[in-house]
Write a protein that binds this ligand. Structure first.
Ligand code: ADP
Ligand code: ADP
Ligand code: MG
Length: 660
């Protein structure tokens, strides 16, 4: 009765493509990767047995192009498609199309996907099956009057959500009646531009909420079980950064109750394959409410694998082949504790905006219990086209504390050089007392952490890094000189006159003077004198003895930039200050520049238009995130330098307003 699969095409990219390939290999199944222009050299393409180029980098022209995917599957003889997460994974039309073409879609049946596609309809269905849902309005009447009237009934604070939403987009908290109408207008606008649908639902906002979800699993024979919970409360922009299991707040009773509710929800859907039932849990009342079902494999599935010992991708493939679940609810046992930290190319000090760039070096230490799912290798590019997730760092331990200690150690040792990341933020989180004690809600990042503080370095650390780079440069020069037969005249191995160098770290400038005596360096920084000697040097790293303490530094040079990692200080960039500094780019008065590399999604205004402060000017999209640029002053629009669809670099002048 089960259909044998010999070859699977993975309609996705990055770490999840590599993840699926690994299980296929274990099961003796051949794999086909598909890739876009931007992913030509990505690791997952090499991991697969075959690979098919499917088009340009914009998702719509490649990973979302159903025709190209189906053609690629047919050409390579793939009997099944694994959609990963994101992209087409929750697209009922695609699941149906696969079926029509005789290809197995590795995911739930299209009807189940469809039923969960609209948050309103999903809630209504759940309510009908006695699953508790957040009180609110989910009706078809979308007139502002009705929405306002319903909001009055629900009370404040409340949450406006796009019914077609996902990925935290199109959501808005409204604190008081006076903010409601503006909130509705903004949420509708955002929903329309992100999902092509401006339908909203309203929910009571759970203030000290925790996001607790249950992994569910079904087969095509009406069996459904749950694989315990994941706590995903640590979020920014309504999106997860840390996931763990077991949740520090669930009692065994609550776990049983919520797990059973999740299974009931799945049964209401006639669910098969992997899915996740998300709940919001009210710390104050211990009540839990259904949020949504994600009808796919979740980003954070390794947390569940780590504590249950199961391979969820293997279970997905078996379920799609028609096999019955080989494990009963009673046999599902969680062992120990697991935590996942998502490493993102984004800037915690600047509202977590995504950043692009090249990862010059990526390497993780080997530690027991560690699993790294990474989308990159040294030399990979983070482009504007896709999600900025670099890797998932998953740690298992006998208990929560043991796993936290080990994860902290791994994050200290992790080398990720080239672009700004959230690594220092993740590291900081693991030292936060409230986090360690499990005391947090979904606002934890916004309310409890000083993000500017986390990203800044102490003066002492800045000096240490500057010393390391200075020594590295010296050792590199020395190495080159040894290779030269004819030493340049004037070169001495001992010099008494101090040499000078300056480095920039962020806004700070570190000026150093150094003299060498025998094998010792005397380095002067301000009033401070540092004794330093070279212990070892390679083209990638240097070991130094600084004032009697020996440490290693991983260093990569790119022009005048030096990317450096030190276990105690993390990953940073230093720039050698040019002796002839570039003239600072002139700031254009009334000019608006792109805050990050982006694509222009919409231009709201035309030249000559009258602009009021707060008017939307442009919509920019970068790595799954859309942001609207608002006018900062009243004035007249003088010139627009971009058009819809155009890609721009960070700092690109977008438009200019003549102030009134
Ligand atoms: P969760 O993070 O709970 O799994 P989301 O709905 O936020 O669920 O998104 C799932 C994941 O799918 C994202 O974290 C992202 O990695 C991926 N994803 C979604 N849309 C895209 C896209 N357009 N391009 C690349 N990856 C995407
Ligand atoms: P998405 O499809 O974007 O994942 P969800 O409905 O799952 O949307 O909500 C995303 C996040 O927003 C949740 O994980 C939670 O942090 C927060 N959230 C959603 N609904 C509520 C609510 N009613 N009260 C408080 N927080 C909520
Ligand atoms: Mg969700």
């Amino acid at each position: 009765m089960s259909k044998k699969i010999h070859t699977i095409l993975i309609a996705n990219r990055g770490e999840i493509a590599s993840r699926v390939i690994r299980t296929c290999r274990k099961m003796g199944i051949a794999t086909v990767a598909v890739f876009s222009e931007a992913d030509r050299h990505a690791p997952f393409v090499q991991d697969a047995d075959m690979a098919v180029y499917i088009g340009e980098s914009e998702p719509a022209k490649s990973y979302l192009d159903q025709d190209k995917l189906i053609t690629a599957a047919k050409r390579t003889g793939a009997e099944a498609i694994h959609p990963g997460y994101g992209f087409l994974s929750e697209n009922a039309g695609f699941a149906r199309r696969c079926k029509e073409e005789g290809i197995i879609f590795i995911g739930p049946n299209p009807e189940a996907i469809e039923a969960m596609g609209s948050k309103s309809k999903a809630k209504a269905l759940m309510e009908a099956h006695k699953v508790p849902v957040v009180p609110g309005y989910k009706g078809d009447d979308q007139s502002v009057e009705t929405l306002v009237e319903e909001a009055q009934k629900i009370g404040y604070p409340l949450l406006l959500k796009a019914t077609a939403g996902g990925g935290g987009k199109g959501m808005r908290i409204v604190g008081a009646a006076s903010e409601l109408e503006a909130g509705i207008a903004a949420a509708k606008r955002e929903a329309l531009s992100a999902f092509g649908d401006d339908e909203l639902l309203i929910e009571k906002y759970i203030e000290s909420g925790r996001h607790i979800e249950f992994q569910i699993f079904g087969d095509q024979h009406q069996n459904v079980i749950h694989l315990l919970e994941r706590e995903c409360t640590i979020q920014r922009r309504y999106q997860k950064v840390i996931e763990e299991s077991p949740s520090p707040v669930l009692t065994e009773d609550l776990r049983t109750q919520m797990g059973q509710t999740a299974v009931n929800a799945a049964k209401a859907l006639n669910y098969d394959n992997a899915g996740t039932v998300e709940f919001i849990f009210d710390d104050k009342t211990q009540a839990f409410y259904f949020l949504e079902v994600n009808t796919r494999l979740q980003v954070e599935h390794p947390v569940t694998e780590a504590i249950t010992g199961l391979d969820l991708v293997q279970m997905q493939i078996e379920s799609a082949q028609g096999k019955a679940l080989s494990i009963s609810q009673e046999e599902v046992q969680g062992k120990g504790y697991a935590i996942e930290a998502r490493l993102y190319a984004e800037d915690p000090a600047n509202d977590f905006v995504p950043v692009t760039g090249k990862i010059h070096r990526f390497s993780a230490p080997k530690v027991e219990g560690l699993r790294v799912e990474s989308a990159v290798e040294s030399g990979s590019e983070i482009s504007i086209y896709y999600d900025p997730m670099i890797a998932k760092i998953i740690m298992w331990g006998e208990n929560r504390q043991a796993a936290h200690s080990r994860l902290g150690y791994v994050l200290d040792k992790l080398v990720c050089q080239g672009t700004t990341t959230n690594l220092s933020f993740l590291r900081h989180l693991l030292t936060n007392e409230d986090f360690l004690q499990g005391k947090y809600d979904t606002h934890f990042i916004d309310n409890k952490l000083d993000l500017k503080e986390i990203s800044s370095l102490s003066a002492e650390s800045e000096i240490e890094l500057a010393v390391a780079v200075l020594m590295f440069r010296w050792a590199e020069r020395q190495g080159r000189r040894k290779l030269l037969r004819n030493l340049p005249s004037g070169w001495r191995s001992n010099f008494y006159e101090a040499q000078k160098e300056s480095y920039l770290i962020g806004e700070d400038e570190i000026a150093l003077g150094y003299r060498m005596e025998g094998t010792n360096f005397h380095i002067q920084v301000g009033e401070q004198e540092i004794q330093c000697s070279l212990a070892a040097h390679s083209p990638e790293s240097i070991s130094l003895n600084i004032n009697g303490l020996q440490r290693s530094y991983s260093i990569i040079q790119n022009g005048n930039d030096f990317f450096i990692h030190s276990q105690g200080i993390g990953n940073h960039k230093l720039t050698l200050k040019d002796r002839f500094p570039q003239k600072e780019k002139e700031k254009v008065k009334g000019g608006y520049v792109s805050p990050m590399p982006s694509q222009i999604v919409k231009v709201h205004v035309a030249e000559g238009a009258n602009i009021k402060k707060g008017d939307p000017l442009l919509v920019l999209s970068s790595m799954k995130m859309e942001s609207t640029l608002l006018a900062e002053e009243d004035g007249t629009l003088e010139e627009v330098f971009v058009s819809e669809g155009q890609n721009v670099e960070a700092g690109f002048l977008l438009l200019k307003i003549q102030e009134n």
